[in-house]
Design a protein around this ligand. Structure first.
Ligand SMILES: Cc1cc2nc3c(=O)[nH]c(=O)nc-3n(C[C@H](O)[C@H](O)[C@H](O)COP(=O)(O)OP(=O)(O)OC[C@H]3O[C@@H](n4cnc5c(N)ncnc54)[C@H](O)[C@@H]3O)c2cc1C
Length: 655
């Protein structure tokens, strides 16, 4: 199924203690002097929190930036959907937080599959992010006395999450957007909206440009620069149904992968425990109910599998608050992978609620009794409103019904400590890279990572790359540019020419079902093999029976979608191979063959229960970075070994 490369992959982590690495590195990296910065140009693809903050910061430094997004406005990037909050180690509540604790919680939360040095840096710069956003005027929630308020998220026993009600992503994105627009106004950023990146231009082994298609006119464009930054978000929509915006895709990352960038840990997917359950085959989207709700909401199912009473009539003694029962130390605030699997376990055992039996209750009865409806409304009003609108149930009166759904992807393009891929000149930020969350991301840490990458990391590390090269010197007439353009146009023409009988959406839906059934919350070897085979068959069918209406040189959303589905169909096979090769359970990757058993020492000692994810540190403490060798060909596996010098490898316990 795959080859293993001989030499290990180097993450280029600087020497020194984990606390000093970033400071020393910033001193050691080469600088581009202010007068020279204006000679360099950088392409930034993506205007979400990662790309928007990067483009604004690079332009502020003096670089010439070209910024691209598929939406009609940069501020419609998917980041706008983020609800619950952003982490930082400010320790305003004085409840025991610190940079070290955020670092520790994130490494542990990721089930010890992330690079320590990156995570420490993330915790370090988290505090600057809050200062930066407050300066921009982001309206974070405040306490009565005016200090910024915090709430708790999963995997932490402190309150470190800053929030703007249930609209944190929107407010942060408006902050980044205004910083970006300031630079557009200053002519340092040239904005290209409704552009889809369809290829990377590689010249002399370096990323030097991109090919885009104008989604309004259908025209192709060639753009060259001195470096390319991809901040194109996650690929959760490979499952078809997810909480992601419909436009989220893998295209930019996958096309870069096909040009040589390694794809790391593609199987690491986050299934979020609290989403509105699927209600039928007609659905094309799932809706998240923010993790912040678990601050006050209690998760339960009836103790009797054949319970027929209404939830509000079920007395306390007949309710199973299974998270509080199984994980008393963290209770309802266990990390997402743990909470999702626990919900699945209860539903599979026959205790699920609702018409399908695939739902559990998230109940605010006690919080409303304790704090009053007004207080609950102030904290979560817009989320309750959204739930009410979608389900027609009033969560102030009856418990919400929730079930896990695909939400976030920890895998992504492999990057080193500088956020540079193995393809020199190609930097990858935000959800599009694999960097900081290991096998499971803690809630409120994606916004933190996207903004850390864009505001505080890339401004230093890209300079180190640019300082070593002469600016410019590339023309769009060069053969490499023409070849990339021909490649992108050829693929679009091929999609249009098939003339079969099925829509791209029907293929996508079928792919999603395969992914959910065999690569979802629980995976096993036989199922993953089946998935890889089915995906490959479906891909063949796609290329012989796809029907795309309309023309290429016009606005054609069916064509856009077809291109993205084609990439998902190639990517999904790598996903299954990665999941198959990782013969351990870790974080969001749960292999049924690898779970704790009654005779394990940690189970006997009471540290964990039976049936928890069981890692294999001896054989799998590495990031799996895959090299592309052709569609349907065996990929090559490059291993970056992960060292744990500051957080001791241990069995994760939230008891
Ligand atoms: C419902 C929901 C709620 C969430 N809530 C939280 C939360 O409370 N806290 C938290 O930390 N995280 C949260 N997350 C996760 C978080 O929102 C995302 O991980 C994060 O916003 C991703 O930011 P990004 O900048 O990497 O990518 P995105 O915001 O997805 O931006 C991607 C950008 O790339 C562009 N793009 C993509 N492909 C192409 C292409 N081929 N060509 C050109 N442009 C392209 C898009 O136009 C867009 O501008 C939530 C996620 C969801 C789905």
């Amino acid at each position: 199924m795959f080859n293993v490369a001989d030499s290990p992959l180097n993450g280029n982590v600087p020497e020194g203690s984990v606390q000093e690495k970033w400071d020393k590195h910033r001193f050691n990296v080469k600088l581009v002097n202010p007068a020279n910065k204006r000679k360099y140009s950088v392409i930034v693809v993506g205007t979400g929190l990662a790309g928007g903050s990067a483009a604004a910061s690079l332009a502020e430094l003096g670089y010439n930036v070209k910024s691209f997004c598929v939406q009609d406005s940069p501020r419609r990037a998917h980041s706008i959907a983020a609800q619950g909050g952003i982490n930082a180690a400010k320790n305003y509540p004085n409840d025991g937080d610190s940079v070290w604790r955020l670092f520790y919680d994130t490494v542990k939360g990721g089930d010890y599959r992330s690079r320590e040095a990156n995570v420490y840096r993330l915790a370090q710069v988290s505090n600057y992010i809050i200062d930066q956003c407050v300066s921009q005027g982001v309206p974070f929630a405040r306490e009565y006395g005016g200090t910024l308020a915090n709430r708790s998220f999963g995997g932490a026993q402190v309150s470190r999450t800053f929030y703007c009600r249930g609209q944190t992503g929107q407010q942060l994105l408006l902050g980044a957007y205004q910083a970006l627009q300031r630079q557009v106004n200053a002519s340092k950023v040239k904005m290209f909206t409704r552009r889809e990146m369809l290829d990377i231009i590689v010249i002399d082994g370096q990323a030097r440009g991109i090919i885009t298609r104008n989604l309004t006119t259908g025209k192709f464009e060639t753009h060259v620069a001195d470096a390319v930054v991809l901040a194109t978000g996650g690929y959760g929509n490979v499952f078809y149904l997810s909480t992601n915006a419909k436009s989220c895709n893998v295209t930019a990352a996958w096309r870069a992968h096909k040009r040589g960038a390694y794809f790391a840990n593609p199987c690491y997917t986050q299934i979020h425990p609290t989403c509105i359950p699927t209600s039928g085959d007609y659905q094309s989207k799932l809706t998240l109910m923010s993790e912040s709700l678990r601050n006050d909401g209690r998760v339960w199912v009836p103790k009797n599998a054949d319970e027929a009473r209404k939830p509000e009539d079920i007395p306390e003694e007949d309710r199973d608050y299974y998270l509080e029962r199984r994980y008393p130390a963290f209770g309802n605030l266990v990390p997402r992978d743990v909470a999702s699997r626990a919900a699945k376990e209860r539903c599979d055992a026959g205790y699920g609620v609702g018409e399908t039996g695939f739902a559990v209750f998230l109940d605010f009865r006690d919080a409303i009794k304790r704090d009053g409806e007004d207080t609950v409304r102030k904290k979560y009003g817009n989320l309750f409103h959204m739930y009410h609108k979608i389900t027609d149930d009033d969560p102030y009166k009856v418990p919400m019904r929730i079930y896990p759904a695909v939400h976030y992807t920890m895998g992504g393009l492999w990057v080193d400590y500088n956020l540079q891929s193995n393809l020199p000149g190609l930097f990858v930020l935000g959800e599009a890279n694999f960097s900081d969350h290991g096998a499971n991301r803690l809630g409120a840490s994606a916004l933190m990572q996207g903004l850390a990458d864009g505001y505080f990391v890339i401004p230093y590390t890209i300079g180190n790359h640019l300082a070593k090269m002469e600016p410019g010197g590339i023309s769009t007439d060069q053969p490499e540019c023409k070849e990339a353009l021909a490649n992108a146009t050829g693929r679009v023409n091929k999609l249009l020419s098939i003339g079969g009988g099925r829509s791209a959406d029907s293929f996508h839906r079928e792919l999603g079902k395969i992914m959910w059934e065999y690569c979802g919350m629980a995976r096993n070897d036989a199922g993953l093999k089946t998935a890889a085979g089915k995906i490959s068959e479906l891909r063949d069918e796609f290329w012989s029976d796809l029907y795309v209406p309309g023309a290429g040189e016009s606005f054609n959303q069916s064509l856009e979608h077809a291109g993205r589905v084609a990439d998902f169909l190639e990517f999904a096979e790598l996903f299954a191979i990665d999941a198959m090769h990782r013969k351990e359970s870790c974080g969001g990757h749960f292999r049924e063959e690898h779970q704790s058993a009654a005779n394990d020492e940690d189970v006997k000692s009471g540290k964990i229960s039976e049936g928890e994810a069981k890692r294999d540190d001896e054989n799998f403490a590495y990031a799996a970075a895959w090299e592309f060798n052709g569609v349907g060909e065996k990929p090559s596996l490059h291993k970056e070994h992960l060292e744990f010098n500051d957080v001791q490898l241990a069995t994760r316990s939230y008891k």
